[in-house]
Design a protein around this ligand. Sequence first.
Ligand code: PBG
Length: 324
Amino acid sequence: MYLQRRNRILRQSSAIRSLVAETSLSPNDFIVPLFIDEGENVKTEIASMPGYYRNSLDVTVKEVKELWSMGLKSVLIFIKCKDELKDNTGLEAWNENGLMQRSIKAIKDAVPEMLVMTDVALDPYSSYGHDGIVKDGEIVNDETVEALVKMSVSHARAGADFVAPSDMMDGRIAAIRQGLEENGFTKTGIMSYSAKYASCFYGPFRDALDSAPGFGDKKTYQMDYANRTEAVKETLMDIEEGADIVMVKPAMAYLDIIRDVKNVVDVPVSAYNISGEYAMIKAAAKMGWLNEDKAILESLIAIKRAGADLIATYFAKDAVRLIR
Ligand code: PBG
């Protein structure tokens, strides 16, 4: 056989494969989600996220130092709010001495260069487990946005580098940007969860924070997973309203969305490799059905290849170990 072109030439050794690889991972690509709890010296493994923990602040600070030493440069923080502080207004979310605000300060004090991003949504603080204020069984938009602005400004005041609204209310990015401007926080970024779908794959995360919705579901604010064009609409609106970084979430079942968004925006695109995606790999590996390390690398490369510039992932430390 005489062939004009033999595609296997570029695959024949590991050296040539790495030379022509189109996608690569670096520690600069990752955002590390952290779950923070009250107390001291507390490290609780999350049942549905084996190998991932909810830590008290002292343990978190040590962890953040380790992350920085590994070349990881940004954390996304979530706190577990005590039951007695939950209500239907979100009041605790902008408490100057709340766990979130103390966490931001402690992390910035310990590792000033670490980029601290904060989750902005009411669900951990809500007695209903919803991302907004509930009235007559409905999650009301405009009052929720007012709460989110107070929450964002309070995170900025505590020293957050980026606020990350994950609630999917209408108009929240414009309102948060205005709130930050009015309060003089001209250096605080907004990483918007722009195309966030109503997904069953958030299950393990809701275990981690005890934040599952008490009634109904999140389909009146998070997106319908049947939709693709709508993701572009949501994302372009968030950019117009002032988002610095946009996000698609989840990641693995939404690679088409990541690519659609990447093709039309002029800001960095992040993707959230969420808790259920972590749990699936962990569970299959535990059963001996998948090679965990290979599954991690393949998933993260796929997310990046789809168009993500940044990936929020519970596998960040594993990835750094694997790419070294
Ligand atoms: C809260 C929030 C959720 C996640 C990030 N922020 C859960 C939800 O919307 O119900 C999910 C993250 C994950 O599953 O890893 N608004």
